[in-house]
Write a protein that binds this ligand. Structure first.
Ligand code: TYD
Length: 211
């Protein structure tokens, strides 16, 4: 049995990742590739419960270290129960956010060191990395306009953080791509969904060829 491929979608809020994840899965399925579309934080019962703890706006919230540990715990459950078994069964896994979100949000913007975030990932998830990570980039005004429609003033605890925080997230993602260009593909998320989808297919083509 061939091992599946693991593709992560990353980027700031309102970049269109979840729409594009569904479109990519449909295109791959049409070519006979079985796909699992999932998201973080979440994807399993336990990780979805942790998602509620992380993103709910009631209560006092979490300091950066506790937040990073909760994301790592959710990811550990997700990797063990869903991602690794799917890959081992030959399925392609398309994940809306993965460890680079922890590096960008809890690391770059939250103040933890990159080494600490990666240590948590090693302990929790055996350091599993996607075969390819697509970074969706979008102009901040465009993201704000999309989020105004999607969230209607009810942003979650992390999405609702201030502009300075989200600017640090974007800067961190840009640093990761510059440091490891072979692991990432940059996707211009400003265009309409079909144009962005074409760019996604092009980025993923190399993985499909290597099948
Ligand atoms: P979600 O509604 O899925 O956001 P989006 O649609 O923008 O992807 O909420 C996930 C939030 O959690 C988002 O603000 C990013 C944040 N996050 C982290 O801070 N660290 C992480 O490791 C992950 C996976 C997400």
């Amino acid at each position: 049995m061939t091992h599946g491929r693991f593709i992560a979608f990353e980027g700031g809020e309102g970049a269109g990742k979840s729409t594009q994840a569904r479109m990519l899965a449909a295109a791959l399925e049409a070519r006979g590739i079985a796909c699992t579309v999932t998201r973080e934080p979440g994807g399993t019962l336990g990780a979805e419960a942790i998602r509620g703890l992380l993103l709910g706006t009631e209560g006092e919230g979490w300091y950066p270290r506790a937040e990073a540990l909760l994301f790592a715990a959710a990811r550990s459950d997700h990797v063990e129960r869903l991602i690794r078994p799917a890959l081992e069964a030959g399925r392609w896994v398309i994940c809306d956010r993965f460890v680079d979100s922890s590096r960008a949000y809890q690391g770059g913007a939250g103040g933890l060191s990159d080494a600490d975030v990666l240590d948590l990932h090693r302990i929790g998830s055996g350091g599993l990395l996607p075969d390819l990570t697509l970074l969706f980039e979008i102009a901040p005004e465009k993201a704000a306009a999309r989020l105004a429609v999607r969230d209607a003033g009810q942003a979650d605890r992390i999405g609702g953080r201030d502009e300075a925080y989200h600017a640090k997230v974007a800067a961190a993602f840009a640093r990761f791509v510059a440091a490891e260009p072979a692991r990432f593909a940059r996707i211009d998320g400003n265009a309409d969904a079909e144009t962005v989808h074409a760019a996604v297919l092009q980025a993923v083509a190399a993985l499909a060829d290597a099948r």
